[in-house]
Design a protein around this ligand. Sequence first.
Ligand SMILES: Nc1ncnc2c1ncn2[C@@H]1O[C@H](COP(=O)(O)OP(=O)(O)OP(=O)(O)O)[C@@H](O)[C@H]1O
Ligand SMILES: [Mg+2]
Length: 461
Amino acid sequence: MKKKDILIVDDDDLVCHSLRELLSIEGYEVDSTLDGLEALQRLDETHYSVIISDIRMPSIDGIELLKEIKGKNIESLLIFITGHGHIDGAVEAIKLGAYDYVTKPIDDIRLKLTIKRALEKKKLLASYQSLKKKIRPWELDDRIIVKDRKMIELLDIVHMVAETMATILITGESGTGKSMLAKYIHRHSSRRDGSFVELSCGTLAETLLESELFGHVKGAFTGADRNKKGKFEEASGGTIFLDDINCASQNCQIKLLRILQEKTFEKVGGNESIATDVRIITATNSPLTEEVEQRKFREDLYHRINVVSFFIPPLRERLGDIEALIEYFIKRFNEIHKKNVKGITKSALQLCHNYHWPGNVRQLENVMERSVILSPGDFIIEQVLPEELRKDTSKNVDLNGQSLAAALAEAEKGIICNSLVLNNWNRQITAQILGISRTTLFNKIKQYQLYNPRKKRDAYN
Ligand SMILES: Nc1ncnc2c1ncn2[C@@H]1O[C@H](COP(=O)(O)OP(=O)(O)OP(=O)(O)O)[C@@H](O)[C@H]1O
Ligand SMILES: [Mg+2]
């Protein structure tokens, strides 16, 4: 689409001509037309930053033109020209979203000023919009830290499905952030104003879990002395998050399947069908496929809850997140414990990169809380980190059925990647520290396809 500054719409040939001349001299690219309908046609081919239009015109008047423009989501700003006796029309136009109006006889200086202001506003809007496009939604969410490329790719897909009703299964080791991601999806979905209700299927005995999820009627079992609402009723209009879904009993599994297929359920002991409108997110840290194979988990339910699944990688496989998470936790625990720790030393950070974090982000969170509390000075130093981090200076290389060469290559990749991260991807310094030439380092970066998450291009480009 072509872009121009101004379109003038006025059925008075003289006005069109004089305004065109006035504004062209100012250096604007100006078109004009005598007819509102023709103006609309032009808007299909050209984007004008500003449209100056008469209000009273024969084919369609200015107000209709404005409505058409708004209906088509055209982002031009409209300035109306109105006679002294017809200010009411101009006021109505402003209410409908016009930018401003000028009265006849036109005061050239006032008109030029109004146009200048309108163009400045357009420029500001455009730069705000492009800034908004560049900022990923999670950067504006202060409850989640995402820096590693693997997580960025994951969150990009999360945003494609967050708005839909799709049932989501989140998998990943304990402490990787499954519950956090479920809450994030709810916050970024159209159900954000509804409730987010969570329940772990692993912590309750079978009948209690059923009653928690679906509610019960009075007398359903010993101790059920009144009717009780279940989580599915509480979550109606919102999201329910079922953690440790692998622990759901066979009975619960049948009921869940029914909710997913028919959107109805019955309370424990009740026979009335209750309708529910809930988005279901589930999570597990043990592979459900195994449970399906062993017939502990229904295959039909597995397929239903697994419409979209997200695997959150363990922390040791997303080193790009570690430094940002550390900064985030230091800030949080400074506030909670009234401390003023400013950061972490390079060598302490190195230990955090080398450690294999079996407890993932939760463990890092605990380590940082303890370190902030124990830190005597401005920076977290090696000595305040727990012993397991200080001992574990080399990663556990597990052959896992691979050849020795493959295992060595994996270890080499990890060491080079860590070193690059710690040295801000400065290849000269990294090569020196690793005791290899820059060419060897360059070749290794290429071989292992290492990627600098702070740059758009691959590190070896
Ligand atoms: N990307 C992140 N940014 C900020 N905090 C995070 C992130 N990932 C996890 N956390 C924090 O780490 C802790 C553990 O996360 P969470 O409870 O979501 O893990 P989980 O995978 O659900 O664990 P489990 O399997 O034990 O249920 C929480 O306090 C959470 O807020
Ligand atoms: Mg959890």
